[in-house]
Structures are given as C-alpha cells and as structure tokens.
Design a protein around this ligand. Structure first.
Ligand code: B3K
Ligand code: ZN
Length: 873
C-alpha cells in the first residue's frame, strides 16, 4: 500500500458545481446515475487529466457532454477512472452498478436489517459512483431515490424533499435537494420501512425546524431521549456559540449495522442504534449520557465540520477535536462538570496516552497515512479536544467565542486547515499562538517533572518545572511546547494560599495558570510562613504526565482538601496506584496501606461532598490504566495486586458498604438527574465490592435488585456484580434469566455479551468461544463483534494476557477472519496487540508472534496492513 503525505497536497484540478444523482434500488443491486457539472479549478493549472475515484464499482455508462465515451477515451485503473482530455467546463454522466446487499465493509451504500443506508466518511462515496472523493471538492447535491414502495416506504437523502410520486411496478420515488455545497463524505441516503417520530424546534431567529427520527417499528418507544437531547443541543449551540440550524428539516436514522457511533451527514445524521435508542428498561445511565453526548456531537458538526469542513484528511482534528471539545462542554453544562472532566481525562490517560506512547503514535495533524480510516483515533478526537480546550483556557471564554465567531464567519462554505482555525483564534484575541502550534505537529505526551524547595527564612517557595517530549515514530528531539499549567498552593490547614509572585505582592490570586514555554521553568511564591502543599495541573489544564514526588501523606491531604474537584479525585487515584504498585508480586497476605482504607471509609461516610464525585473517587484505577503506567507490564500480577486491594477494602469496609447501599436505595421514580445517577452508581459500586468478597447478605441484595429493578442501570449492575462474584450458580441463573427477558433486543443482548466477555470469571477463552457460537452472535454486526471480541481483548485483561498466549492467538485468528469482510473493524481490533513492547518479555514475544501471524495472512487489507506493519517496525 501507498503512503500519502500532507506535504504532497495539491488543490483539486477540477471542481464540481452540481451533482445530480438517481438511485434505482433493487434486491439484487442498485444502479446509480450521476451527472456532474464540472469545470477546471481556476486555482490550479490547466491541462491535467480528469481523475475520479472509484472502489468496487461496475461502470455501465460514461458520457461527456452527452456523447458516450468509448473504451479508448478513458482508463479504468481499478481505484481510479482517468479521462485524459476534457474541456474547461463540461457535464459528465456516469452510470454504475453496485451490490449493497453484499457490502460487508459497511462503507458506501449497504443494507442493514433490510434497509438501505450509507456511510461515506471518509472515502465511502467512491464505492457508490466515480467522483473526486476528497473533502475540498464541495458541490450541491440533488438526489432522486427510487425503490419498491411497500418494502421501502421511506426514502431519504440530504436537504429538503422537493418532489415525490409513484412509478410503475409498485415503485415510487422521492427527490431531495441540499442547498448547501458539501463534500461527498457528507452525502447520505436511507431507504426502508421505518417508523417516523416528529417534533419541532423553534430557532433563535424564530424559524421552525422539523425534527424527525426514523427507526424500525420495534424501537418506537426508544426515541424520546435522543429527540430531547437533540433539542437541548440545538438550544445550547445557539446560546453558547451563536450557531443556528440552517435547513428546514433535521433527521436522525438508527441502523443496527454501523462501523462507528454515528455520522453527521448534512441534515440526515445516521446513528448506530446503540448510540441513539434508549429506554429506562433497556439503557444504562452511562448509555443515556453517551447518547446525549453523541447526538450533540453530530449536531454540532453541522457548523464545525459541515458548514466549515476539512481541506484534506490530515485536517481531521479540525472538525473532530473542536467538536469533541464542544460536546464535552455541552455535557458538562448538562450534568456535573467535575465528573465529566474526570471521565474525559480517564479515557485520555488510559487510552490516548497509550496510543501516543505506542507504534501508531501520530500528531493531531498527522503528516502521513496509508489508510485514513485508521486515523479516527483517540489522538485526533480526544487529544485534539484537549488542544482546543487549552486554547479556550489561554484566551478565556470571551475571546475564545470571538475567535470561533471569526472562524465560522471567515470560513463559512470552505474546506480549511487546523492552521486556519488557530489563526482565527489569534486574530480575534491578539495572542501569539506560534509556539502553541507545536501541539498540532509533535506527537507524544509531554512529561512535566516538578521539583520544589522551600526557603523558610525568606518565606519563599520555588517550583522548578521541566518539560520533555518522548520520541515517537519518525520524530525525535522535539521542541518544548506551550503548556498551560494551572496550580494552587494549600497550607497545612487545607486553606488555599495567595500566589504572590514577589515580595511586594500581597493578595495574589488563589490559582494561577503558568505558561510553560521553555524546557525549564521556575517560579517563586512569596510570603509563605510554612511549606505549602502544591496542587498541580488543576482540572487537568494540559494533556501531559505530571511527575512530582508526592508522599502518601500529601495525597491523602489533597484528597480531602483540594478545592479543585478534579485534583481531589486525582490525588485519590495516585494514592491507589501507589498502593497497588507497591503490592505487585507481593504475597497475598501482604499488608495494604491502612491509610487508604481510612480514606475510603471517610469517603463512604461523607454525605456532604458531591455524591457524584464520591462515586468517582471510590473507583479504583482500572487495570488498563495501571498497565499504561508500567514499563514491562505483567498483567496477571497487576490484576492480582488490584484484586488484593479491592478485596481488602471490601472486607475492611463491609459495614460501610452495606450502609452506603441502603442509604442510596431509590424510593421514587427513575430519574436521570446527576443526584439520581450518583445514587445508583454508589449502590452499584457497593454491591460490586461486596459480591467480590462473596458476601451472603449482598448476594440477597443483588438477587432482589436484579429481579425488581425498574431500570437497566440497576438490573445490569446486579447482573455484573453476580457475574463477577464466586457464586457460580446464581451467576448462571441470572445470565440465563437476563437473556430470556431481553433476547429480542439487540442492544441489550450486546450488554449481555459484554458483561460476560469483560469478566475474568465468565469470560475465559473457552467461554468466549461459546459466546461466538451463540445464535445471537453475528460476525457481520460490528456491535456484536465489539461486545465479545473487543470486550475480551480490551477489558478482560487478565484473561486476554493469559501466560500461554492463547488470548493473543485467539485475537489474531478473529482479526484474520474479519479482515476479509470488514477491514475497518478488523484493524481496530488489532489495537491491543500493537502495544506489545510494553509488556514483560514472556508476554511481549507472544504478542509479537500473534502480530506476525496476522502479517502473514494472504491478501491483507490496507487497513490491517498499516497497523500491523507499523507495530512490528
Ligand atoms: N465523523 C464520523 C466518523 C466517521 C468515521 C469514518 N471511518 C463520526 C463523528 O466523529 O462524528
Ligand atoms: Zn465527529
């Protein structure tokens, strides 16, 4: 496969003004008629041949300005159609035949449970027709869809419906017109027998927007939450960013077979069912929150992505980083900002830091790729969002808004670069972000090492802060970056101290954002009668690793006194990490730090503190995070040490856990407020811990909760606790009952699969093999694959890293099998193996062998090829 470089970017030789499409949909295939009004791009030289992308197409007809082109007048190069000579302005007619019913890659036009749907980002449109399939070619689309009327009563595409009617043979058509020029990756089409849910939204300027959701009839009762979330998103984007919706209709469609979460097609968002459908009985609190975030994310793309789009795919973070930042601000506003921050940082530190330290590390604006689909990464999305967040914090709320207004105004209708985004922020604020731009160019997580000393005689406390950025593939000797580093100081009573930068200053602010720009930065704080405790990187003000020689004493202190909620949580995590790490390889009866137990006791009894924060603080750092923090990870040892701490805590705090469970029982109706969510999460944590030590009373509580829950959070919480307990009989009984009750609901069946696959008790390899044989398992459905294979390799770490290497071989086998049908999903599944160098020698050799096995498969897809070869390099 070829590598594509950012430095090779050239403006398109031809532009498309208008696209006229007609889809004739049949059971054995689809005929696509396309008429393109094209002209030479005045900004690039003339004389270039016309090149159109194509993938798996059968060309039936080709005509230039009405004259059919004969075989010699063009070349069909497989992935490209080349017409050597074309006039400066012309009309090109293309007819292609495609087979959506056989499309298992789920890119382009395909079928999912009987309906037709599309996925065109990044390069799916070329699987539909020949086209200059690149985001900087923007055109107006008019789309006619024809299909059998009884099988496909609903026919949708982007924009507004302009014509419809009946045809011969029981067929009908609808024509849609999208007035906004767009790149082909935002094209969408849906045809099916779908139920329509309607609502309306009145915009800030008083326009009435029709909101429609289309779902399979069995999902009729699962639409309300997403519809409400959509309206909240629309309002929020008006209020916070001044962005009004621009078409008269906004549509959401739910489909079961979908490679990712959702897609922001203009006016016609398509969602993975699991990211949009929800009811109290079938969705957990976490699922509701995820749905709200994804609905918002896709909606926000209408401006950050659609009205202003990417020039090329190297700029992907332009739309994704910014939009993730926007959806995280939105979620913070809808719930608890501290909890949202903790969740985002947990994902970032566990998974994005790992990616940034592995063989696939890349900057948020990569310089090259083989397969763009592999670059929809945590780095592009999550780190990209952190970079926008830093700009937000450096500029402040008001100037950031000025910058985003300028960006949207300046670039409306254009395809632009991350640099254009940063420039708009600079121009609006007057700030110089030239060094800051390194965040876009340099990969790797900066390490910020802090040391301090206190001069008692002068009352001066000095921090010395050194930054360094590790080498990553293809990048060494990196330049220091511009890092906003928020800090505070506390005295021994736990009060925040004024941060006076010199002897004259008296009432300095209680928090400062230091702007680190040099390799070494030092700063002095004056007027301090005692040595303070530093609170570093408050609210995680930059995506960096902080090193500071915290004592356990200091961490305990920060855990209960830091006014920064995020840092309170973080202090607890650091303490727990330290305790678990100190037990690695220790005998089972080694002593567990008693102060950790007391800190957790205190938390469990603390009813003053925000209970949502308490629930987060009670969660021990995950195995994945502990692996990320170690050098030569021995996963079974990490698993054992963590288990030992968890069991010790559960035994020592048994009575407090029971009390916490009882105190948090819900009396009234199910609600989705932060308080109610926190209550459910506290009682489910208590239940999980108690069942982890096979507590008989907890077994009864779990049984009761499982049988009588009026919502999925509690029912699944009880099931998960039982599955992870030693009560084998009850575990099997509950699993069977759960399946029986929900076997008709694919989203719940996915939960059922993943609860087992992610559990070291129910998800050992033979059990995983059994799940793959289960009638509800379906290799063609990405959600099912993720819920069994993905959950096993990504969450059931002790089983996956079995010392005999069987987990690795298993994964290699499944990747090879999937590579033939859905390379995109196959490439994603490889990810746990790519970090092989991180593990202890015994494991690392076997992981490498598994990668080699995949490498040696014949006819490897470009997707898997790139990941495997880069990992082995
Ligand atoms: N933009 C899509 C992702 C498309 C992935 C293509 N392989 C969803 C999103 O980020 O909103
Ligand atoms: Zn997105």
């Amino acid at each position: 496969p070829q590598t594509i470089y950012l430095s090779d970017y050239k403006a398109p030789a031809f532009l498309v003004d208008q696209v006229d499409l007609c889809f004739e949909l049949f059971e054995d295939g689809a005929r696509v008629h396309s008429t393109l009004s094209m002209r030479q791009n005045p900004e690039s030289g003339s004389g270039a041949p016309l090149e159109l992308h194509g993938d798996s197409l059968k060309l039936e007809f080709l005509a230039l300005n009405g004259t059919p082109l004969l075989a010699g007048a063009y070349q069909d190069e497989g992935d490209k159609l080349v017409i050597p000579e074309v006039p400066a302005e012309f009309e090109l007619a293309v007819v292609t035949w495609i087979e959506p019913q056989n499309n298992t890659r789920l890119e382009g036009l395909y079928k999912s449970s009987g309906m037709f749907c599309t996925q065109c980002e990044a390069e799916g449109f070329r699987c539909i027709t020949y086209y200059p399939d690149r985001p900087d070619v923007m055109a107006r689309f008019r789309t006619r869809v024809e299909a059998d009327k009884s099988a496909y009563p609903v026919l949708l595409s982007n924009g507004n419906p302009v014509e419809q009617g009946d045809l011969d043979n029981g067929r009908h058509f609808v024509t849609w017109e999208d007035p906004f020029p767009k790149p082909a990756y935002l094209f969408a089409l849906v045809a099916g027998d779908l139920l329509e849910k309607r609502d309306t939204f009145s915009t800030c300027s008083g326009r009435n927007i029709e909101l429609r959701m289309y779902v399979e009839p069995r999902n009729s009762e699962k639409c309300e939450y997403a519809m409400d979330a959509l309206k909240r998103s629309m309002r929020w984007d008006e209020e916070v960013y001044g962005r009004e919706y621009d078409l008269d209709i906004f549509m959401i469609v739910a489909v079961d077979d979908f490679n990712m979460g959702a897609m922001e097609n203009k006016g016609l968002n398509i969602f993975n069912s699991s990211c949009v459908l929800a009811s109290q009985d079938t969705a957990t609190d976490a699922a509701f929150q995820r749905i709200e975030a994804i609905v918002a994310h896709e909606y926000f793309h209408n401006w950050s992505g659609n009205r202003v789009t990417c020039r090329d795919w190297f700029q992907l973070s332009l739309k994704e980083g910014f939009t993730v930042f926007r959806d995280s601000q939105f979620s913070a506003d809808m719930g608890s900002p501290t909890v949202k921050r903790i969740e985002d940082v947990t994902l970032l530190r566990t998974a994005q830091f790992a990616e940034d330290a592995g063989p696939m590390a890349h900057p948020i604006r990569p310089a090259s790729y083989m397969e763009i689909t592999n670059f929809y990464t945590l780095t592009i999305y999550e780190k990209g969002a952190e970079v926008v967040r830093m700009i937000h914090n450096l500029l402040g709320e008001e100037l950031f808004r000025k910058g985003s207004d300028l960006y949207f105004e300046r670039h409306d209708g254009q395809a632009v670069t991350t640099d254009d985004f940063v420039r708009a922020m600079e121009d609006a604020s007057g700030r110089d972000l030239s060094q800051f731009r390194l965040w876009y160019e340099q990969a790797g997580t900066p390490v910020v090492a802090v040391t301090d000393d206190y001069d008692e005689s002068r009352g001066v406390y000095r921090l010395t802060i050194r930054q360094s950025i590790p080498n990553t593939p293809g990048q060494t000797d990196k330049k220091p970056q511009h890092i906003p580093f928020a800090i505070g100081l506390l005295n021994s009573a736990g009060d925040p101290l004024p941060l006076n930068l010199n002897a004259e200053e008296r009432n300095g602010p209680l928090e400062r954002v230091l702007e680190l720009t040099e390799t070494e930065h030092s700063v002095e704080f004056h007027g301090l009668p005692e040595r303070p405790v530093p609170s570093l990187l408050r609210d995680f003000s930059a995506p960096v690793r902080v090193q500071y020689p915290w004592t356990r004493e200091q961490l305990l202190f920060l855990m209960s006194h830091d006014p920064d909620g995020f840092n309170r949580w973080d202090a607890g995590q650091r303490l727990a990490v330290d305790v678990i790490q100190s037990l690695l390889g220790a005998p089972d009866d080694a002593a567990v730090e008693p102060r950790l137990v007391e800190a957790y006791r205190h938390l469990l009894n603390d009813i003053e503190l925000d209970q949502a924060l308490v629930a987060k603080m009670l969660l021990l750092p995950s195995e994945a995070y502990l692996v990320e923090l170690s050098d030569q990870a021995d996963v079974p040892a990490i698993h054992d040490a963590r288990e030992q701490v968890m069991k010790h805590l559960a035994h020592a705090l048994r009575d407090e856990l029971v009390a916490c469970y009882q105190r948090n029982l819900d009396q009234g109706d199910y609600q989705l407020s932060s308080e109610a969510i926190a209550r459910r999460s506290l009682r489910n944590i208590a239940l999980a811990w108690l069942l982890h030590i096979d507590d008989e009373q907890a077994l009864a509580l779990a049984g009761e909760q499982f049988d009588n829950a009026d919502n999925m959070t509690d029912r699944l919480g009880a099931l998960r606790a039982l599955v992870n307990s030693g009560f084998e009989h009850e575990r099997n009984q509950a699993l069977a009952a759960f399946y029986q009750r929900f076997s008709e609901d694919p989203q719940v069946v996915e939960l059922w699969f993943s609860v087992q696959a992610s559990s070291d008790r129910a998800g050992q390899l033979p059990q995983i093999q059994q799940l793959l044989q289960h009638p509800a398992f379906d290799w063609k459905n990405p959600n099912k694959v993720r819920s069994v294979v993905g959950a096993f390799a990504g969450q059931n770490l002790a089983a996956f890293h079995s010392p005999d290497g069987s987990g690795y071989q298993f994964l290699a086998e499944q990747v090879c099998r999937l590579d033939d049908s859905n390379p995109q999903i196959a490439a994603r599944l490889v990810s746990p193996l790519t970090r092989w160098k991180k593990f202890a020698p015994h494991y690392c050799e076997q992981m490498k062998a598994a990668l080699e096995r995949i490498r040696d498969k014949s006819e490897l897809s470009r997707d898997v090829y790139e990941v495997v070869h880069k990992s082995l390099a």
